[in-house]
Design a protein around this ligand. Sequence first.
Ligand code: ARG
Length: 468
Amino acid sequence: MKHTSGDKLWQGRSSGEVADITVEMGQSIDLDIQLYREDIQGSRAHARMLHKIGILQQSELDSILEGLSQVEGEIAARQLPLQPELEDIHTHVENRLIELIGDPARKLHTARSRNDQVAVDTHLFVKKKSRELRFLLLDLCRDLLKQAEDNIDVTIPAYTHLQVAQPARLSHPLMAHFWAFFRDAERLQFVFDQANRLPLGSGACLGVNYDTDREFLMQELDFGSIYENSMDAVASRDHILNFLYATALLGVHASRIAEEIILWCSVEFSFLKLPDSVTTGSSIMPQKKNPDLAELIRGKAGRLNGNLMNLMMAVKGLPLAYNRDLQEDRQPLLDSAYQAELVIRGLRAMVQGMQFQPQNMQQSLEKGYATATDLADALVSQKNLAFREAHHAVGRLVAICEEHGYSLTNVPAAERQKAHPDFGDDSFYLPAVDPATSADRKRSRGGTARPRIQEQLKKAHQCLEEAG
Ligand code: ARG
């Protein structure tokens, strides 16, 4: 099928036929229909501005505003047929408006280009989504904080190299994830702030031949400032790239807690049970309870980062100002906005439902000799040994334990003495290797001792309150 250019906005110049491939490749309506609210919001403001500067009569403005509301209702009700030959959301809205109200609608594109229109649509969208995601993330932070508070007296191994390191209060790793997500929320605020700049009024790229009132547009559309340079305004996709970076890093953070959830749910760890509502069974293995949601979240990190790279590469090397390549911004933007929301909602469902298994954590602490450093530190502080010597003595003890299958808490005094004479003394040795009291010795600021954790939880509450 050939498409005549007669029904196009740019019909004036061209008279030939348009090939299928031009239509198929050129259309973005399949995606940017999702921006219809922003597009219509922009058109309303633009129409009011045109009236203010004397280009539209009151009656024309009224009929445009009424028509736009009708178009908006039709799109919301999925009644407006989407036509690839009409390319994008801007053309669909304008075309339908012309069908509905005739002549006044033909004036709406005065002093405006689709280049600044698409920019305003995506700025409004980024503002809306960065705000929504920020609030969702703060809710996730609240969920993590609650778990951290409820489990302050549970002890879990902390890991380095995925090898048992030292005993931690469970609140500690939970809050480590909290702060990463809290920074993501702060980053989304930055994304919002940078998108809070009006591109409309830039025209195709150099401004327009009318006394466009950009301050008025700024107020109508609730932007905080105006792009100083019209070429920058239509050529930049920084607002979207910021958003994609923020959601990509959020995806990376999400993948890290997801990975821990997956590990902790395994038989080998058994630190955690998830409710049935966020797990699935296997079609063949009756015993299975799979943490699919966590795995899907871990997988989304690739997609969110792919979206960032996708647009980075599309923008790289583009000459000023608008180029059609920029239409590629829609797919990553819309996809990341939705996927990031799914990721946060999925995490919330899991975090809220976490059921910890402290007795299994205890076993890992024992098996992993988690208090070995404490024992070395006890030699340093109570027996005046140099740390390096103390380290060797405990190393010898761990080797003995490994050989005979003991833990630091059940190895007999006679065996202990072989590693260091002071290890034979119960009153010195036993408190030093007690996993329950180890955490509270980490009393440096930001450490895992109870009072330090409590300070951290308090600070987290304050931060959440300030963030709204
Ligand atoms: N469909 C285009 C987009 O979504 C609108 C801008 C087109 N501008 C142009 N000069 N062809 O980016």
